[in-house]
Design a binder for this molecule. Structure first.
Ligand code: CA
Length: 485
């Protein structure tokens, strides 16, 4: 029995799943397979009732309706029912896979009723600028949850609990209407794009309101305890006040469990800004390496023009290796979505080798890359399997980089005594067929190495210094490792 210790996160959904309420069941059937692949944790889709059966869960209507109440025309969510979620999480825990909830605290959508209140329109390109007189508007801000009633919480939302809306029902005007009143306004510690990026969409939650804060803490405690989550992925944090986010994490750790894992979605490529954010959050969390994702996207687009030696330049995994989740693509970056920036098909295996096999970063495998987006389109299961196995069994020990050629780079994992047959040489090319000469040390003299990816058919016999010339096909990756028999 070979032991493994490399962690691997799996994003268990993509954008275009069928709205058939069966995704939770499908995931439950895959749990054993996921554990076998080396998955140690899973990020589940936002489980809340959204605006309709088609809602991905990001347009949250009711945080307490996890597919349990007849609301928005359906009991089940797009993904399934509350009992199916409970079964899935129990099954994941049986297989020692930790479970992260997607936590959406920026906005609510699909209010039950409108209300009239005072608001002022602001410039969408500079939200610090008012572009009209304060006036009474009719906004969708009353959330009374008639289908749930007071079960789990009797908190009802109204305009005092939001900072802005995007529609005046009275006039039909669309825009950004900042809600007026005592202690009202946009959060200060949010992203500075568009002057103040507190407002993203729908009815923007005002986390500065004391009743809102207490309700969200109470909800978080209920949600984590009820479903036994081990961690969370925080949605849209660049639109949420930093002190609130820190307080939320601290509250969850003190009310539920001080081991709760946290990763945040801060969609920005400026590494300095990411580091500042981590500092403000007292390094209580990790961030997705959006900068690395965009390096992958550029490398895929620019093909042989791209200098592979710069693939980790200005990335979070370089700057803060302890606070980073590395990823290739996700539900937002896939084609047709808001943050579309899909990594080119040919570069995907190279990108996955770069997140799965290196020492730094907590890698995240995307459902859409493995099983395909939209009915299996672009599924990379066959290509990714050997890389996942390489992460599970081989990617251990100190790392050495051979980043000398613009179009062919390599790195070595030296291996670790604890993991038999561990150690590897990963070679990547974005141009012609190429090779890199590497010496692995005399203790490896005479060993036979082969390419785990099967991209190269030959076997290599290491010379007296444990050296060989490790080849790679053009626009390809090879992962060389010791033959086991
Ligand atoms: Ca906000």
């Amino acid at each position: 029995m070979i032991t493994t210790s490399n962690g691997l996160l799996f994003q268990g959904f993509c954008w275009d799943l069928p709205a058939d309420n069966r995704h939770l069941l499908r995931l439950t059937e895959k749990v054993a397979e996921l554990a076998d692949m080396g998955i140690t944790s899973i990020w589940l889709p936002p489980a809340y009732k959204g605006t309709s059966i088609y809602d991905t869960g990001y347009s949250v209507y009711d945080l307490y309706d996890i597919g349990e109440f007849d609301q928005k025309g359906t009991v089940a969510t797009k993904y399934g029912t509350v009992s199916e979620l409970e079964t899935l999480i129990k099954t994941l825990h049986v297989h020692n896979i930790r479970v992260y909830a997607d936590v959406v605290l920026n906005h609510k959508a699909g209010a039950d009723e409108t209300e009239r209140f005072m608001a002022v329109p602001v410039d969408p390109m500079d939200r610090t600028k008012e572009i009209g007189e304060p006036r009474e508007i009719e906004g969708w801000t009353k959330f009374t949850f008639p289908g749930r009633g007071d079960k789990y919480s009797d908190f009802k939302w109204n305009h005092e609990h939001f900072s802005a809306v995007d529609l005046d029902q009275m006039t039909g005007d669309m825009g950004i209407f900042r809600i007026l009143g005592e202690n009202k306004g946009f959060g200060f510690a949010v992203d500075s794009q568009y002057g103040n990026y507190d407002y993203l969409m729908h009815s923007d939650i005002d986390q500065a309101h004391p009743d809102v804060r207490e309700e969200l803490f109470r909800w978080g405690e209920w949600y984590f305890k009820r479903f036994n989550y081990d961690g969370m992925r925080l949605d849209a944090i660049k639109h949420i006040d930093e002190p609130f986010m820190l307080e939320f994490i601290e509250e969850m750790r003190s009310r539920v469990n001080d081991d709760i894992y946290v990763v945040g979605e801060y969609w920005i490529t400026d590494v300095e800004r990411m580091r500042t954010y981590l500092d403000k959050l007292q390094f209580h969390m990790q961030l997705f390496d959006v900068a690395l994702h965009f390096n992958f996207e550029r490398a895929g687009k620019e093909e042989a023009e791209y200098d592979l030696r710069g693939i980790f330049v200005d990335t979070l995994v370089n700057a803060n290796p302890l606070n980073v989740v590395t990823f290739v693509d996700n539900h937002d970056s896939q084609p047709g979505q808001a943050l579309e920036s899909f990594v080119a098909d040919w570069f995907k295996p190279l990108a996955y080798a770069l997140i799965l096999l290196r020492h730094d970063g907590y890698p995240c495998l995307f459902y859409g890359d493995y099983y395909g987006i939209r009915n299996g389109e672009g599924a990379k299961k066959k290509v990714l399997e050997p890389l996942l196995a390489a992460r599970k069994y081989r990617a251990y020990g100190p790392q050495e980089d051979y980043f000398f050629d613009k179009n062919a780079i390599a790195f070595v994992r030296k291996g670790d005594m604890e993991f038999p047959y561990s150690g590897l040489v990963c070679v990547l090319s974005n141009g012609q067929e190429n090779s890199v000469e590497i010496q692995l040390g005399e203790d490896r003299a005479g060993q036979i190495w082969f390419d785990l990816t099967n991209n190269r058919p030959e076997e290599l016999v290491l010379d007296e210094k444990g050296g060989a010339i490790f080849p790679v096909n053009g626009r390809s990756v090879s992962v060389w490792a010791e033959k086991t028999n």
